[in-house]
Design a protein around this ligand. Structure first.
Ligand SMILES: O=c1[nH]c(=O)n([C@H]2C[C@H](O)[C@@H](COP(=O)(O)O)O2)cc1CO
Length: 148
């Protein structure tokens, strides 16, 4: 299974430790195409080692998104890129799980929360969580998926 993980980069790297926990867990279920999103050495300036700059990042990521079977997005730290990826994934009719931590004090965008259920048959889900629960939530989600 190809998994596309979305997390904030230029939107701010405050949650990188949580991204690491999520990516580590996701790797039990498939190949995480965007593992770099969880790397400590990617700063909020973005990936600087990639030849071709932003255009190459965009093209590579859209290709990976097209190849993915499931998209998991940590949406607590607002990010244009993550919002864009979710919109594109919806247009591609991908299966999407968004994870949000209400304890952050933030309120999730209506353009994400309000889209829940719009694709039908639970293809697009938003789960509120606390950090200690995240591994269990992913086990349940992928357990259900692999049952079908
Ligand atoms: O360097 C990058 N590499 C990269 O893969 N992305 C993608 C993956 C992330 O899920 C998302 C983050 O977007 P943003 O940088 O706007 O927070 O965009 C984004 C950047 C920088 O915008």
């Amino acid at each position: 299974m190809n998994i596309y993980f979305c997390g904030s980069i230029r939107g701010g790297r405050q949650d990188v430790k949580i991204y690491q926990k999520i990516v580590k867990k996701l790797q039990n279920y498939g190949q995480v195409l965007t593992e770099h999103v969880s790397h400590d050495d990617v700063s909020e300036k973005g990936e600087d080692a990639l030849q071709g700059g932003d255009e190459a990042i965009y093209e590579r990521d859209m290709e990976w998104l097209a190849q993915s079977d499931v998209v998991v997005a940590e949406v607590t730290q607002p990010s244009f890129g993550v919002g864009y990826e979710i919109g594109q994934a919806m247009a591609m009719k991908k299966r999407i799980l968004c994870l949000f931590r209400p304890s952050s004090g933030k309120v999730l965008s209506a353009m994400i929360r309000g889209a829940e259920g719009k694709l039908g048959s639970s293809l697009f889900q938003v789960r509120d969580y606390v950090e200690a629960e995240v591994e269990g939530i992913l086990d349940n989600y992928f357990g259900e998926l692999t049952k079908n």
